[in-house]
Structures are given as structure tokens and as C-alpha cells.
Design a protein around this ligand. Structure first.
Ligand SMILES: C[S@@+](CC[C@H](N)C(=O)[O-])C[C@H]1O[C@@H](n2cnc3c(N)ncnc32)[C@H](O)[C@@H]1O
Length: 384
């Protein structure tokens, strides 16, 4: 499993698992316990003990790269997330003199939880609490939700089929079939005002599934012949996921080029056009899919057939979309292309990564994680 962040050599000991799955940990360094942390599936506001008022707020992203409005929308979406692999910190007790080590303690507990299947640790804290200022840095995402800050720490990838973290709630829901659990989580986050849009999305999904079912050619369960090692075969992004991800992209980036590496049948490029991007570009290994993508976008952009990780990226690219086209080696090649383009022309750039395998190669090139959900992660170039 790919980990995010490194909490160093901290020792984390599980002290107890209470009813409703709340776990209590002791975190120590060189034999001295400096924090106790409580984590569970419920969504409380954090209680902190032993925190001094001086807050260090360094580490936030430049506004051009990730505006506050996008950060806040992203945080609200995370807080509405009921995935079994998301856990919440309920309480942190810091020993005397350990006042600013809350982040260190949570990152250490996070490494421990990641081994047990957790993928994200959320903290909701009153905006004025000094802890809100500390929970920033690599692998952390922060945004306002009402009068609180929601800070989330990404624990690892991939999200597909993680072990379910232990706890009574997940053990109970674990007895239900997977589709029923997924439906339950969706219903829990649904608002009545969303029903018309969801109905429209469901109709688009059914239409696309029928078109795909009767499309000429063999079913694509293998990558095209001659694909680079580590290539995944064609599969579509769900319309709801595409729209949720595109809605988070800062509006200014709609005037830049939208690039889908591994664009498949072009549905994502079409959605980007419908959402206001005037210039789109797709790259696809499989020629028949490339033809369909060209037909899907009409004259609104270009589609190239072949390995999309060879030619440089256009320097007016502002959004790069990936739906799990390749293993981490492919991502490393893409990160090098991105770094080349950003060195030629520094600018804000967002990567939308659906069903990611890991984000290490992008982080190594200066990208910061700004959203991390079961379906996708978003990264933005931090020094723009
Ligand atoms: C999971 S599909 C995603 C299709 C589309 N982007 C979507 O989300 O609906 C991934 C696609 O990436 C293509 N692909 C994989 N590696 C590629 C590469 N190096 N260059 C271009 N296309 C690639 C595959 O052929 C496949 O069609």
C-alpha cells in the first residue's frame, strides 16, 4: 500500500476499543508518551486538551493554485463522506510541553490506522482552535465548514477494496452485501434538492451503458495489444463522479486546456466541454476508442492515438484528468511531463485522478493534495 506522509519513529499503542468502535491510542517518542488520541466512525467536533494558544499557520497553498472557495467545497464534501475507510478524531490529549505536537501524534496514529485499512482521517475543529492552524502540510487538506475547520489527512492508496477498519459499526455493516452498504452510504449523503440532477445522471449512465454494450469490437477486459507494461484496460468514469470532480476545479481554469490521458470513448472530454471548457485534448492508446472520442467532442478539441506519455503536454494545459489508466510507473512518466511543462511555463494546474494508485510521483514534483475521496483525488501545483 502507498503511504502518504511520514510520522517518523513514533510508537503508537492501542489502549482500548470502546463501544461503537472508538479506539484510544497512546503515542510516544523515545519512551515518553506525549499524546492520547481517540478515533472512531462517528463525526464529533474535536476536543483538545493541553493545547497552547500560539498557532503556526504556515503551509497553506497559494490562492491562485487552490482558492478558498474550492477548499471549502472540498472540505464539505469530505465531511459528508460516509465511507467505511474514513475515520474521525474525537479527542486529543497532549502532555505538558507537547502543545504543538497534535499533527505529529495524528500522523503517527494515521500510519497505524492505514495498516488496518483506513484511508483518511478527518478532524473537525472550531476555526479559532489553535489546532486548526497546525493541521497543515504534506498529505493534509483543510477547508471551512460553517464555523469549523475540517482538516483531513490522507493515509494511503488505493481506495478500491481496502480492508475495512475494525470497529463495531463496520463489523455490523460488514455483514450486509457490498451494494447494499454502498447504497446506504449514498442515501445518507443525499439531499432532496439533488434528486432531479441525480435522475438526469442515472439516465445518462443507463444510456452510456447501453451504447457501450452494443459498441462494435470485443469486450475490453484487457489493454490494447502493445500497451506499455502496467496499463489498465478501458473502463468509464461514472457521470456523477465526473461532475463532482469538475465542480471542484477552480472556475478560472475553464479558460485553460483540459487534457484526458487515456480518454477512452471521450465522455469526460464531452462533459468538460458541456461544463464550459473551450479547449480539450485527449490521448488514447486504442484507435477505435480514439475514433469514438473524436466523434464525442465534435470540433471542440483534438484526440491523439498512441502512448499519451511520450509527447510533451501543451503548455496551456490547466487540468489533467486520469481515470486509472496505468500503474505507478505510468504516473511517474506523467509527473515528468507535467514538471517539464510547468518549468517551461509556471501556472496553476489541477490533476484529477480517479481511482488513484498512489500520488507519490506527483507530490515529488511539487503537487499538493487538495482533495481525497473514495472515488478520486485532486492535486494542484503548489508553487504557482
Ligand atoms: C479506465 S479508462 C478511462 C477512460 C476515460 N478517461 C473515462 O474516464 O471514462 C483508461 C484508458 O486509458 C488508456 N490508456 C492507458 N494507458 C495509456 C497511455 N499510456 N496513453 C494513452 N492512453 C492510455 C486505456 O486504453 C483506457 O482506454
Amino acid at each position: 500500500m502507498a503511504h502518504v506522509g511520514d510520522a517518523g519513529a513514533r510508537d503508537v499503542r492501542l489502549l482500548s476499543t470502546a463501544r461503537r468502535g472508538v479506539q484510544r491510542f497512546a503515542v510516544s517518542h523515545e519512551g515518553t508518551v506525549f499524546a492520547h488520541v481517540e478515533v472512531g466512525r462517528a463525526r464529533p467536533t474535536l476536543r483538545t486538551v493541553g493545547v497552547s494558544p500560539a498557532a503556526d499557520r504556515e503551509g497553506s497553498l497559494p490562492a491562485a493554485a487552490w482558492p478558498t472557495a474550492s477548499a471549502d467545497r472540498a472540505a464539505a464534501a469530505r465531511w459528508a463522506d460516509h465511507h467505511v475507510a474514513v475515520l474521525t478524531v474525537a479527542r486529543v490529549d497532549l502532555a505538558e510541553g507537547a502543545g504543538d505536537r497534535a499533527r505529529e501524534a495524528l500522523e503517527a496514529v494515521g500510519l497505524h490506522l492505514a495498516e488496518a485499512g483506513a484511508r483518511r482521517l478527518d478532524v473537525r475543529v472550531p476555526a479559532a482552535d489553535p489546532v486548526a492552524g497546525w493541521l497543515r502540510g504534506a498529505g493534509w487538506m483543510q477547508g471551512a465548514v460553517g464555523a469549523s475547520m475540517v482538516a483531513s489527512h490522507s493515509l494511503g492508496y488505493p481506495w478500491s477494496h481496502p480492508k475495512e477498519p475494525s470497529g463495531t459499526a463496520s463489523r455490523r455493516s460488514g455483514r450486509l452485501p457490498q451494494p447494499v452498504r454502498r447504497l446506504g452510504r449514498r442515501l445518507a449523503t443525499m439531499r432532496p434538492a439533488q434528486v432531479p440532477e441525480l435522475a438526469q445522471i442515472a439516465a445518462a449512465e443507463v444510456g452510456a451503458a447501453v451504447r457501450l454494450r452494443y459498441a462494435p469490437g470485443p469486450p475490453r477486459v484487457h489493454p490494447v495489444d502493445g500497451a506499455p507494461p502496467g496499463t489498465f484496460p478501458f473502463a468509464v468514469t461514472r457521470y456523477r463522479t465526473i461532475r463532482t470532480a469538475l465542480d471542484l476545479v477552480p472556475p478560472d481554469l475553464r479558460s485553460t486546456r483540459f487534457v484526458d490521458i487515456g480518454c477512452g470513448d471521450g465522455r469526460v472530454l464531452r462533459e468538460a466541454i458541456d461544463r464550459g471548457w473551450s479547449s480539450v485534448h485527449g490521448r488514447e492508446l486504442e484507435a477505435a476508442l480514439g475514433d469514438r472520442a473524436r466523434a464525442a467532442i465534435g470540433g471542440h478539441g483534438t484526440v491523439e492515438v498512441g502512448d499519451g506519455l511520450v509527447a510533451p503536454l501543451p503548455d496551456d494545459t490547466g487540468v489533467v484528468y486520469l481515470n486509472n489508466p496505468f500503474q505507478i510507473d505510468g504516473l511517474t512518466r506523467l509527473a515528468a511531463l507535467l514538471a517539464g511543462s510547468l518549468a517551461r511555463r509556471p501556472r496553476p494546474l489541477v490533476v484529477i485522478y480517479i481511482n488513484p494508485r498512489g500520488v507519490g510521483p506527483l507530490a515529488a514534483e511539487g503537487f499538493a493534495l487538495v482533495q481525497c475521496t473514495p472515488a478520486f483525488s485532486l492535486l494542484t501545483f503548489a508553487s504557482g
